[in-house]
Design a protein. Structure first.
Length: 93
């Protein structure tokens, strides 16, 4: 399931995309492409939420987005976060 803060971010992102597309209707193609690229490539939900509490009270921090909808969170004491993230991404593909 998606965390409520990430769901809120995604809903806002979608609404902003609709607003931009309405405002850019009939605009120069370069402006439309720039807005599309900003919306799809420059804006990211990484850090929404920034940290997720575990049952033992410790926090897991956001380290990367696996998809636009799923973020990866790891404990701060993870020895090789990039290696673990690579294993996780490979396992999900």
């Amino acid at each position: 399931p998606t965390h409520p803060l990430r769901a809120l971010w995604l809903a806002s992102w979608s609404a902003m995309g609709l607003e931009w597309s309405e405002r850019l209707d009939g605009s120069d193609k370069r402006h439309v492409i720039a807005a599309r690229d900003s919306l799809l490539e420059a804006l990211s939900p990484l850090g929404f939420p920034f940290a997720v509490p575990r049952q033992d009270g410790r926090l897991m921090a956001a380290v990367d987005n696996l998809t636009p909808y799923w973020g990866a969170y790891l404990p701060s004491e993870t020895a090789d976060p990039q290696g673990l993230l690579g294993q996780l991404a490979a396992a999900l593909h």
